[in-house]
Design a protein around this ligand. Structure first.
Ligand SMILES: NC(=O)c1ccc[n+]([C@@H]2O[C@H](COP(=O)([O-])OP(=O)(O)OC[C@H]3O[C@@H](n4cnc5c(N)ncnc54)[C@H](O)[C@@H]3O)[C@@H](O)[C@H]2O)c1
Length: 424
């Protein structure tokens, strides 16, 4: 049996708990040992231990955690704007940093992480980002088809992301809704999509122009309160959500909110909201591929539509997602009939073909168990697989969103994406 490596989870919110802590304790025990929990909120650490049925040592001081728990790797699943600080501290200590997406929220943080990683290389410390979209069965099949050359050379791409009024609204209930916390949805959410596009297209972004606005949530609402709990508008609000009957929400958020004031059921019409709920990015890749990307966070239904046009044909992936799991009541009656995915090849030579998508079980369409296996189901020293996103690729994923934020702030000015590796 190979040596078990020591892991600490930083950020004991919902994602950290169920994507990392629970599987490390229950499934990946051959190569991994979870030796501690770090969070700035001690009550959330206690709630996490309770939900896990564990008694892991908890830390609210990162330096003290590194000293006392002496981990081999730190998994960073805190609020996006704090990833950079903990990645850098982890690398400086010579440990492996495994961060949730997005790597960070702007170009400056990306440059700081790159500088820390350069120094840490001598100590053998590296950083990966868990870009799980790469692991989805449909996207994996999409890549296989592109590599087989079924549409020839890719020339242009349309990617349309629709987040509905349950899942999409959730980004406007909590910290994500403020740009300094999340970088906005073109970083927080679209880093998934930009990473997948970089990976599928096999090139880095060159120049872009972006537009975006908040046209549905925030100040656009007909009324507002601080939160759903105790809201005087509850009976007439489409977005009213009662969250505390769910044990995880109650323990992790409601009971722990006293310590840090993190309100999980914030009003989607709060005027503090400064992230866009609709945005569009036009950009090109160094290899000439041209992309039209759009993100709508108040869509009537959830899913994405990805279309690659090549010299010999067109490949399209369409997914409509069920978001029953998300808080809220807004659904289109009969929508379940539309839920599903299809991968279609339109080939000049072979005609129209519906391509089979392999079945997979688990969260995020079966992507999460596969990424967990790559990171935790193999010995620590195993060579990285091509789907594990290394730091330079994770930087490229957030660089597009950062460049889009800069473009939007400058009245949709055309910007050079790679310039942000140097400044801005
Ligand atoms: N890959 C995916 O599909 C996916 C899905 C969901 C979330 N995520 C990412 O996972 C991370 C966590 O998301 P979540 O939904 O669990 O959020 P969350 O709000 O539930 O959890 C965030 C945790 O960070 C802690 N925290 C906040 N500021 C901190 C600080 N300064 N220092 C230490 N701890 C701090 C909070 O107390 C909380 O426990 C985010 O980066 C998010 O983007 C990724």
């Amino acid at each position: 049996m190979s040596e078990r490596k020591r892991y600490v989870l930083a950020g004991t919110g919902g994602r950290g708990l169920y994507m990392f802590a629970k599987p490390l304790l229950k499934t990946f025990t051959k190569h991994c040992e979870l030796v501690g929990l770090f969070d700035h909120n001690p009550e959330r650490i206690a709630a996490a231990n309770d939900l896990l049925g564990a008694k892991l040592p908890g830390f609210t001081d990162f330096k003290e955690m590194l000293r006392a728990a002496n981990p081999d790797a730190v998994i960073i699943s805190t609020r996006d704007s704090t990833h950079a600080e903990y990645i850098i501290k982890t690398l400086e200590a010579g440990k492996r940093a495994i961060s949730e997406k997005p790597l960070c929220v702007d170009g400056k943080q990306a440059r700081e992480i790159l500088a820390a990683a350069k120094k840490a290389k001598r100590k053998g410390a590296v950083c990966y980002v868990t870009h799980n979209m790469r692991y989805g069965p449909a996207i994996s099949e999409f890549k296989r088809q592109l590599e087989a050359g079924v549409i020839g050379d890719v020339k242009s791409v349309n990617f349309h992301e629709n987040l509905d009024r349950k899942h999409g609204a959730d980004y406007f209930r909590r910290w994500h809704r403020v740009k300094k916390n999340s970088g906005g949805l073109l970083i927080h959410k679209a880093s998934h999509h930009f990473d997948a596009l970089n990976w599928l297209i096999g090139s880095n972004p060159d120049q872009l122009v972006a537009q975006g606005a908040t046209v549905f949530y925030g100040k656009n609402g007909p009324f507002r309160h601080t939160r759903c709990e105790g809201c005087p508008h509850a009976s007439k609000c489409d977005f009213y959500a009662e969250m505390w009957s769910n044990e995880t929400n109650r323990k992790l958020y409601k009971e722990a909110e006293k310590s840090d004031g993190y309100i999980r059921d914030g009003c989607v019409f709060d005027k503090e909201i400064d992230i866009e709920d609709q945005s569009g990015v036009l950009y090109t890749y160094k290899n000439g591929v041209r992309v039209v990307y759009s993100l709508t966070a108040f869509a009537t239904y959830e899913g994405w539509h990805i279309q690659f046009e090549g010299t010999k044909g067109r490949l399209e992936l369409k997914e409509v997602h069920d978001t029953k799991w998300a808080a809220g009541n807004i659904t289109v009656h009969g929508m379940e009939k539309a839920v599903g995915q299809s991968l279609t090849l339109f080939s000049q030579k072979e005609g129209l073909k519906l391509l089979p998508i392999p079945e997979a079980e688990g969260s995020h369409g079966g992507a999460d168990p596969q990424i967990q296996h790559d990171f935790f189901g193999r010995p620590f020293g195993s060579p990285p697989t091509p789907r594990m996103a290394p730091l330079d690729q994770a930087v490229q994923a957030i660089l597009i969103g950062h460049a889009a934020n800069v473009s939007m702030a400058q009245g949709s000015k055309m910007v050079k994406v790679q310039e942000f590796l140097k400044r801005g």
